[in-house]
Design a protein around this ligand. Structure first.
Ligand code: XMP
Length: 545
């Protein structure tokens, strides 16, 4: 995306070795490399390409033509970005990329950069264009095959191409943008001013398919089955006859990892499940029964409830709670791994977005600055310190979350686990505001169960990102029967979201709200009032602490 005047042009330090390392972590080379100019959509482009069953990776825009030659992708996509190409210090790619003979598709900023570097010109548009625009196709060949005349494309730019470089022709325009899609067929260079990757671009996937299959000649070989086969072989080769330890939380990532590793190395996998006492009702029992008894995966159940609740005695500050829980988790993990070990390897559920971010391409689309904002210290099993004396096994590091779910399903994990809502590492402890006590944990567990049951019964579970109860540390007056009550309120928090980064509160039917409220007040001792959180994120966060 290009936006009009930018405060601070992006100029990221290049870390070429980390990038090539990321690309070569893979036993297969990426068919499509996305060079990231700081767009909020770079990851989305990579996901869309993978939806066509073609393997893709995101790399920094400073990746040189030489590095790309070594990786040998079949195509390159230049992402959008928050800068203007004519600003001093705006990010540029290695111009030798145009001479590689590899097809390139520039998206928005990527197209403008292509135009500018090859001798055309880019100017501030008379009128910035944001939102949907009908596309008028002038030449329905290669890139625009099956892209319907008048189909909607998503625009988000303040700059426009004024003059095309030599060799380029127009493929499509919109009412406001004369050069909406362009090509130099001879050099296999293509550009689109719109964003084919966003869901509002109705024929965006057709365009991406045209690029990856017809222009780049990729094959549809990035399938779940192929991934599992490769990952199992890679893990066997890496681990040999050694033992692997996995911290199992019961979430989608660690559960999928457990199944994948069990398939690869069987009994040489040990899953450690630490029950800190902050899980939902029935969850610890369910996990042990499911993994250990039903699927015969070694699970060491560690009951550390007393230790954790003891640490939280008198603690009310949210960050302090999170830190204490995180530190205690690591302590228990270290002690227990010594007791159960020795282990040579530690399995971690690192996913591809973590890898991209740690490569330093995470840029705030609004300011153009690298994002390093810490809003809450997140603790989860993936956050174990690296100085534990283990080598790491991270077979999911090539995958996006939706791909992990597909792998999980394909390995036989039930919907109950694969489709479950996210649950934070510190669990119910950060949904009890103020001091955490056993009494409050019992209250919240009962309320939380009712919320989940009712949301499921209403058929809304899959449509909602998260639905849960929060217990407040205040009391209010109520009346039940003929008796005055003085008890806690429960907050109902239900949100829809794509990725947890932003969220909107869910508009639940009134009847459902009524049922949830009635059941909680009647069935959960200690609660006499239910309130609804109608705050989006931002400005709120999804969790209350
Ligand atoms: P917030 O509250 O920051 O949450 O809007 C965004 C998403 O992250 C989840 N969350 C966590 N997940 N460990 C996790 O694994 C944590 O410490 C943690 N804190 C929040 C939250 O449930 C939501 O899905």
């Amino acid at each position: 995306m290009t936006a009009a005047p930018q405060k601070s042009p992006v100029d990221l330090p290049a870390d070429a070795s980390a990038r090539v390392d990321a690309a070569s972590q893979s036993s297969r080379h990426p068919a499509i490399v996305i060079l990231d100019f700081g767009s909020q959509y770079s990851e989305l482009i990579a996901r869309r390409v993978r939806e066509t069953e073609v393997f893709s990776l995101v790399m920094g825009y400073t990746t040189s033509a030489e590095e790309l030659r070594a990786i040998a992708p079949k195509g390159i996509v230049l992402s959008g970005g928050p800068s203007s190409v004519y600003e001093t210090g705006a990010p540029v790619c290695d111009p030798a990329i145009w001479e590689l003979g590899i097809p390139v598709l520039g998206v928005c900023y990527g197209m403008q950069l292509m135009v500018q570097q090859l001798g055309g010109s880019v100017v501030a548009a008379g009128r910035a264009e944001y939102g949907k625009a009908p596309l008028h196709v002038d030449d329905p060949i290669d890139l625009l095959t099956n892209v319907e005349q008048g189909s909607t494309m998503w625009m988000s730019h303040g700059d426009s191409v004024e003059r095309l470089p030599e060799g380029f022709v127009r493929l499509a325009h919109t009412d406001n943008t004369p050069e909406a899609a362009i090509a130099d067929h001879g050099r296999h260079l293509y550009g689109v001013q719109f964003h084919p990757e966003v869901v509002h671009s109705t024929c965006g996937m057709a365009l991406i398919r045209n690029f990856v299959y017809h222009i780049c000649g990729c094959e549809a070989d990035w399938t779940t089955a192929a991934f599992i086969e490769e990952a199992v072989a890679d893990v066997r080769a890496q681990v040999g006859d050694k033992r692997v330890l996995l911290a199992l939380s019961g979430g989608v990532d660690s559960s999928t990892l457990a199944f994948l590793l069990h398939k690869a190395i069987g009994d040489r996998l040990t899953c450690m499940f630490i029950d800190q006492g902050f899980m939902r009702k029935g969850e610890p029992e369910f996990l042990v029964e499911f993994f250990d008894q039903r699927f015969h995966i070694n699970v060491e159940y560690i009951n550390a409830r007393e230790r954790f609740i003891g640490k939280l005695h008198g603690v009310t500050d949210p960050e302090e709670k999170r830190k204490l829980i995180g530190t205690e988790f690591i302590r228990v993990f270290e002690e227990e791994s010594k007791r159960l070990g020795p282990f040579d390897y530690l399995a971690q559920g690192t996913l591809y977005p973590d890898v991209i971010e740690s490569a330093g391409t995470n840029i705030d689309p609004k300011t153009g600055e690298r994002v390093a904002v810490k809003i809450k210290s997140h603790h989860n099993v993936g956050g174990l310190p690296k100085d534990l004396q283990f080598k790491l096994v991270e077979p999911l590091r090539k995958l996006f979350k939706d791909e992990v779910r597909k792998v999980g399903r394909s390995l036989g994990l039930p919907e109950e686990i694969v489709g479950r809502h996210p649950f934070p590492g510190p669990g119910l402890a950060i949904r009890i505001l103020g001091e955490v006590t056993d009494e409050k944990l019992d209250i919240l567990r009962d309320a939380d169960l009712i919320v989940r049951e009712e949301i499921r019964d209403a058929g809304l579970y899959n449509a909602i990102w998260q639905a849960f109860a929060v217990l407040l540390p205040v009391r209010s007056v109520g009346v039940m029967g003929d008796k005055r009550t003085y008890a806690f309120p429960v907050v109902l928090r239900c949100v829809s979201s794509e990725d947890g980064m932003t969220a909107d509160w869910s508009r639940l039917p009134y009847d459902l709200l009524e049922t949830i409220s009635n059941r909680i007040v009647n069935e959960v001792k200690g609660v006499n009032r239910v309130v609804l959180d109608i705050t989006s994120k931002p400005p709120g966060t999804i969790e209350w602490e």
